[in-house]
Design a protein around this ligand. Structure first.
Ligand SMILES: Nc1ncnc2c1ncn2[C@@H]1O[C@H](COP(=O)(O)OP(=O)(O)OP(=O)(O)O)[C@@H](O)[C@H]1O
Ligand SMILES: [Mg+2]
Length: 230
């Protein structure tokens, strides 16, 4: 079964040239068509600035394409009303960022439970979910700590736990190991892939690192705003 169907996707940004004061168009994604199956793991590779983050943002419903379509389970994202798109982001997608994006003023447990609280779920059941997730990610002894007290790898494992706590169908990870050394990267990737398989989640992972990309079942390369064939 297909989860994502991407057709003729384009994205341009407009910026003001500070010298000429004229609006300039930057074509980032020029034409991307891609199908991603349920439970598949795909890594997106490409040079800095080629549009990887832009693509992930469009897939996650954070950014509207300039042209083309993204179908998620047969529904076109750009046809969804604002509330439906918000629900899509909240319930179907889990985001993992290079810089973890944990809330510094909250403990790891509070950070991980947040998506359940926002979804008005039962508190006791949510705490249990956090404890199970923390066990799987080997951070049970860090739940009462604040992000500043954790290592980068532990922070990223907590962020992965937060992204997966409500078992989304799609996980979008943007350079999840970009701030980590090779040992922590390996630990994080092994846990991420293990969870992705156990929970049957589709994963799209952006990376510069070929070794990290190899954790996924398929590698897609972007060159000059398009998918590089071969
Ligand atoms: N909001 C924006 N307004 C204008 N230009 C933007 C905006 N966001 C991104 N860009 C430009 O679009 C291009 C692609 O950016 P993007 O962040 O998608 O690249 P990337 O492949 O993720 O790069 P990196 O590997 O460095 O993270 C870059 O040239 C960037 O400067
Ligand atoms: Mg990027």
């Amino acid at each position: 079964m297909k989860l994502l169907d991407i057709y003729d996707l384009e994205k341009s940004y407009y910026i003001e040239n500070s010298r000429t004061m004229k609006r300039e168009k930057i074509e980032v994604i020029k034409n991307i068509s891609l199908q991603i199956a349920e439970s598949e793991s795909v890594s997106i590779m490409g040079k800095s600035g080629c549009g990887k983050t832009t693509l992930l943002k469009m897939l996650g419903g954070l950014l509207a394409p300039s042209a083309g379509s993204i179908y998620y389970k047969g529904e076109r994202l750009s046809d969804l009303r604002k509330e439906c798109l918000e629900k899509y982001r909240r319930t179907q997608v889990g985001f993992v960022f290079q810089d973890y994006r944990l809330l510094e003023c909250m403990t790891i447990k509070e950070n991980m439970i947040l998506p359940c609280v926002l979804d008005h779920q039962d508190v006791e059941a949510s705490i249990r979910k956090v404890e199970i997730m923390a066990e799987m990610l080997k951070i049970s002894d860090r739940l009462e700590h604040y992000p500043s007290e954790l290592s980068g790898g532990e922070k990223q494992r907590a962020a992965i736990g937060r992204a997966l706590i409500n078992t989304p169908s799609l996980i979008l990870a943007d350079e999840p190991t970009g701030n980590l050394d090779s040992v922590s990267s390996k630990i994080v990737m092994e846990l991420l892939v293990k969870l992705q398989r156990e929970l049957n989640v589709t994963m799209i992972l952006v990376t510069h690192d070929k070794e990290i990309a190899n954790y996924c079942s398929r590698i897609v390369k972007i060159v000059d705003g398009q998918i590089c064939k071969g």
